[in-house]
Design a protein around this ligand. Sequence first.
Ligand SMILES: *Cc1c(COP(=O)(O)O)cnc(C)c1O
Length: 384
Amino acid sequence: MFGTEYLLIPGPTPVPERVVRAMQQPIINHRGPVFHEIMAEVVDGMRKVFKTAGSRIMFCPSSGTGMIEASAVNFISPGDKVLVISIGNFGNRLAEVAEAFGGDVEKMDFEWGTAADPEKIRERLAADTRHEIKVIMVTHNETSTGVFNNIEKISAARGDHPAIMIVDAVSSLGAIDVQMDNWKLDVVLSGSQKALMLPPGLGMMAFNERAYEVYKKNTNHHYYWDIDKAMKFQAKGETPFTPPVSIYFGLQESLKMLLEEGIDNALKRHLTYRALIRGAMDAIGLKNVADEACASPGVTAVYVPEGHTPGELRGIMLNDYNMVVSGGQGKLSDTTFRIGHLGCIREMDLVSCVAALEMTLKRLNVPVELGAGVKRMQEILLAK
Ligand SMILES: *Cc1c(COP(=O)(O)O)cnc(C)c1O
């Protein structure tokens, strides 16, 4: 096949040409003056993306899960009661990580395909009159089901309960609004390879003063992930251990792109992607996992037609149309596929994806009217 594949998975996502070029710069001394300037610039830029004025931002060479671990080791002490709110596979991962580091986990599960109910969370926390729950962990955008949680309402549901809240914003930051300060989020973690339009390999975590106070009393083991070590080096524009210098060049550029576009405009762009994909699935007659009200702007999980497997469908899309979509996750593995539409995606990439999907379904003898989904997308785009 000519050129690169259409990469429409929920991370890693396509990297824009500007960012690729920025990353081609020769490697520099990570303890030299140019790196010091880059560090200052990306800390400042990330604060704008997290929408926080004063939170500290820690970077670590890591995938997103590494940052979940970083949050666990720094903010959960062994024996702490941790309330994990789960609406899917990534919510379950939060519980696993918290448990692995000694957290006494209580999981609140909500049905896959729906969002967490802030009212139920309010009730649970109100019942905790002795304030035994120390930490709340929640996924912002649940990548396995294509559902996003209303983090503003979940945070407000705490009332005056003192537990700190850790938010996994790996697949939301840059695609779905995160207002760290306004919503009083204590810890927000993310990764480079989703809506931040970078290759995998750099994790970031923002945390406020309240969280820092909790860290200071923390009794867990931490060395690589230790916050104070990171902050001590950041004061000099450095990291304790060798940073992925090329990804910092890329981050410098992708932040420039995001801020030129305007973060809120980027969020709107993702709403268009959601409308396009959901509109197309409706027109084709495929069922989305997520309810309309909580459907993710960044990823859509779709049920495969009865009698077919995600593997069959994805195989044809890949081999014959160079179109890469994801399989399902967890208990949705055998019944769903997922289209990632976050980061550096063009509307026409999604139109191509739907055109390929329609032909794939036709070849699988699924009754589908060729062009129905594409037509719906064209109508949505013309009405914009
Ligand atoms: C992608 C993702 C992660 C991180 O996954 P890694 O493979 O470790 O980068 C964590 N949480 C959510 C919600 C994600 O979508």
